[in-house]
Structure formats: C-alpha cells, structure tokens
Design a protein around this ligand. Structure first.
Ligand SMILES: NC(=O)c1ccc[n+]([C@@H]2O[C@H](COP(=O)([O-])OP(=O)(O)OC[C@H]3O[C@@H](n4cnc5c(N)ncnc54)[C@H](OP(=O)(O)O)[C@@H]3O)[C@@H](O)[C@H]2O)c1
Length: 355
C-alpha cells in the first residue's frame, strides 16, 4: 500500500482471511506477571458508530489477531460485544484465556455497593465470568448524560476527593478478591491525584489509561507511572479524528496532519495513523485504536510486527509533542469551577486534598 494523502486502499472484500499471528504481537507484563498485548481495539463509537457495527469490528478484529479489547459500560455496546465474543468462542476462533478484556465503571456507579453491581452487569452483558482489567473510568462521581452538550453542567458535580476515590478503589479491590476481575486500574488521573491515593491502595493499579498520542505525550505522567511498575494504556492514540464536534476546539492539533508524522508516514509508505500506532508501541504504552473498518484495524495490528520506526524517527516524534489535550473533560466540571484545566490539577499536589 502507498500513502499519498488520498485513500488508496484495498476493498474490504480482499481483506478476508488476512491475519496477524497474535504470538508475534509485542506484549507487556503487568506487575502480577500476567501478559497484556501491546496493542488493543478501542470500542467507543464517538456517537458516530453504532453498537452493532462496533460488535462486528470486535468479531473481525479478534478474527484477524487482536487479543486486547477495551470496553466500558458507558459506551453502551457491551451486550452487542458480548454477542460477538460468544460467536468467537462458539466458532473456536479464540478461547477466553487468550483474550484480555478491559471494563470500566462509570461515574454514576461510584456509590457504596454500586461498583460490584456495575461490574456484574458488564460481565453479564459481555457473557464473561471475569474481566482481565477493571478501571475507574474517571476520578469523579460526576455524571453527565451520554451525548450531552459540552457546556452542560450537572449541579451535583464536585471536585476530586481522595477519600471518595479510595472508597471506590476499596470496592474494586473487593472485585479482585471475589475473582470477578484479575487486575484493577485507573483512568484520567494526574500525578497529584496519584500522589494522594497510591500510598493507600492495598492492591496497586496494574495499568492506568491516559490520553497519549504524538501531539499529547504527557512525559511526566508517563514516567511517573512506568517508574512505579504501572503499565500505561494510551487512549486516542491517533488523536481521535472521529470524536464528536462538541469535543473539538479551534486550538486542537490533528496528529495525522502534523508535518513530522506526515514525513515519517511518507518514508514508510503508510497512513499517518499507522505512524501514531508504531510510535505508541515502540514508546512503551499500549495504544487502543478504534476502528470499525477492516483495512484500518488490520493495519493497526500488523504495523506492530513489521517495519519499526528508527531511533531518529522516534526522537523526531518525541520533539514534536504539542502538549495538546483533546479529551478535556469539561462536562465533568462542578459549579463554580474555572476552565477545564481545573480537572487536571495544574497547580500541583497542594491543590488536591489528601484523604
Ligand atoms: N479512558 C478514557 O477515558 C477513554 C477516553 C477516550 C477513549 N478511550 C478508549 O480509547 C479508544 C480509542 O480512542 P478514540 O476512539 O477516541 O480515538 P482514536 O483511536 O485515536 O481514533 C479513532 C479513529 O481513527 C481513525 N483510524 C483508525 N485507524 C486508522 C487507520 N489505520 N488509518 C486511518 N484512520 C484510522 C478512524 O477514523 P474514521 O472512523 O473516520 O475512519 C477511527 O474512528 C476508544 O475507542 C476507547 O476504547 C478511553
């Protein structure tokens, strides 16, 4: 395939039967010793793709060699994904043990007893007996209706509380003890928030999901988590080009149009999205690119086993960081908060109350 800025792709029909040997796909090791594939499939449809289409992509992606699937109850498609998994198991395309399935508890299920209810619902919908990883999706109990406007504010929203968060974490720890989940982790955290809670986790987080792409590399947070043996999972690895309009601002940088990425893509004759995935895997995070298009999800997997970026190219991308956060989280702001930056603790650890 060549990449010249125009779509020059094989029709999906010719993709049938193309696979990547899962054994060849790089892996990371969690602190428990368990292996996790170094690339996975995202399942958030961004209001653009429906549950049935995403479930079909899960079926196609696992058939072509994916073993890591990133799910969440708030994506409202776990039941359909469960149907795809059931089909894969029935057809003996894969066994449960070969898969690594992530789930997440949504902000409206943080109350005492609710995390287990939410986890059991995800398990029932997905048709699984356990999840490999279960994350607290956001570190606030701040709920917003799916698809609501970016300016919407819930009057019940409140700032981060380490004490409340640890209450949710204790519930996650119980899920491990009950055998409902193998590992637990966090998402959308900052160093100040981690400083406030990590010392009090009985079961430490195995992985942390965070926004990571060439235009937003979060080097300090990345270093902080990896130095503590926590595996970073990078969401929006391609810069989420299909995200909803309400989540865009004029300052946003499009990773697939960054000159450094375009130049490297031309050198490797691949789509710029593929450069983002190669960079992510070689940099050490686990990217979870979303796609329902067989050509795209196959190349996102295949690119991890061939034609790596050079050290010079990796360095060029490192220097290209624009510190441009795309998922700002403004719908989680509480009444009286300033801008979306307040969600990300720009004033350091002192601004976060300890438990
Ligand atoms: N923990 C959290 O709070 C959180 C937040 C956000 C996302 N996530 C997870 O991270 C996943 C990924 O993030 P995302 O879906 O926002 O963004 P993304 O993976 O950065 O971007 C996905 C889009 O990139 C395009 N794309 C994918 N592969 C491509 C290829 N090979 N060539 C060209 N274009 C390609 C597709 O656009 P088209 O559809 O236009 O073809 C696709 O819809 C989500 O699905 C979700 O599982 C987690």
């Amino acid at each position: 395939m060549t990449w010249s800025g125009k779509e020059e792709r094989k029709p999906a029909g010719r993709m049938a039967g193309e696979t990547v040997d899962p054994a060849q796909v790089p892996k990371r090791r969690l602190y428990t010793g368990a292996e996790i594939p170094a690339v996975g499939l995202g399942t958030f449809g961004s209001d653009k793709y429906g549950a049935a289409e995403i479930a079909e992509a899960v079926y196609g992606a696992v058939s072509c060699g994916y073993r890591l699937i990133d799910c969440a109850s708030v994506y409202q498609n776990e039941k359909e994904i469960g149907g795809a998994l059931e089909r894969l198991f029935r057809e003996k395309a894969v066994t449960r043990e070969e898969l690594f399935v992530t789930g997440k508890v949504w902000n409206d299920m943080h109350g005492e007893g609710q995390v287990e209810i939410s986890c059991r619902k995800s398990l029932a919908d997905l048709g699984l007996e356990y999840l490999d990883l279960y994350l607290i999706h956001w570190p606030f109990p701040n709920y917003h209706a799916p698809g609501c406007d970016g300016d919407a504010r819930n009057p019940d929203s409140r700032p981060f509380s380490a004490e409340e968060y640890l209450g949710v974490w204790r519930q996650c720890e119980r899920l491990v003890e009950q055998g409902l989940v193998r590992h637990i982790g966090m998402s959308n955290m900052t160093i100040p928030k981690l400083e406030a809670v990590l010392g009090q986790c009985r079961i430490p987080p195995a992985a942390i999901e965070m926004e990571l792409h060439p235009g937003f590399q979060q080097p300090e947070l990345f270093r902080y988590v990896t130095e503590r043996g926590i595996v970073p999972i990078g969401y929006c690895p391609i810069g989420s080009p299909s995200r909803p309009e309400r989540d865009r601002t004029p300052e946003d940088v499009a990773d697939t149009q960054m000159p450094e990425i375009l130049e490297i893509a031309a050198a490797h004759q691949v789509h710029p999205a593929v450069v983002c995935i190669k960079w992510a895997v070689q940099n050490g995070q686990i990217p979870i690119p979303f796609s329902v298009k067989p050509q795209q999800y196959l190349e996102n997997l295949r690119c991890t086993v061939q034609d790596p970026l050079t050290g010079e190219e990796m360095e060029k991308i490192r220097r290209a960081d624009r510190n441009c956060r795309l998922v700002k989280g403004q719908v989680f702001l509480w009444p009286g908060a300033g801008g979306w930056e307040d969600l990300w603790d720009p004033d350091g650890p002192e601004s976060v109350p300890q438990a």
